[in-house]
Design a protein around this ligand. Structure first.
Ligand code: ZN
Length: 160
């Protein structure tokens, strides 16, 4: 059975950047399960999985435009420190959700100065080329319930 839209795909993966550093991996936990064609995983990986079958292993390098997008320097901004007065501590690398005109957004603190705090609204992996080493474990038709929900059920998917 080859992977196409409306199938549930279960796969193991190891994700590295161009320096070979591991960003994420399914090792030691359940393989990831998702509904193919539902945009549940990055576009480049979904495309690479199309047509593959259970047991297939492959490696694919995905450019930012097909993953988490290019960095947008306008999303890095300096904010007066007093706007963070309610927070007990401020440290580089802290992430939190803020409301913007475009909806909720995760921002990361990149620098804490005396007067201003530099925040970055880019995704952690924006501008990063992603290399996935993938092994497809299982391919099956989605159940009517999964299609209705728009996601995979069971181990590696939604448990509910
Ligand atoms: Zn569901």
């Amino acid at each position: 059975m080859q992977i196409e839209d409306n199938m549930i795909v279960t796969f193991d993966y190891r994700l590295t950047d161009d320096d070979g550093l591991e960003i994420d991996s399914s090792e030691g936990r359940d393989p990831l399960a998702y509904l193919h064609g539902s945009d549940a995983i990055v576009a480049g990986l979904e495309r690479a999985l199309t047509g593959k079958s259970a047991g297939d292993s492959f490696e694919v390098r995905i450019l930012p435009e097909d993953a988490y997008g290019e960095r947008d320097d306008d999303l890095e901004q300096e904010v007066p420190r007093e706007q963070f007065a309610a927070m007990e501590s401020l440290e580089e690398g802290m992430e939190f959700e803020v409301e913007t005109d475009d909806g909720p957004m995760i921002i990361t603190i990149v620098e804490v100065g005396e007067e201003v705090v530099t925040v970055d609204g880019n995704h952690d992996l924006a501008g990063v080329a992603l290399t996935f080493a993938v092994t497809v474990r299982e391919v099956r038709q989605a159940t009517p319930e999964e299609l209705e929900h728009g996601h995979a059920h069971g181990p590696g998917g939604h448990e509910h």
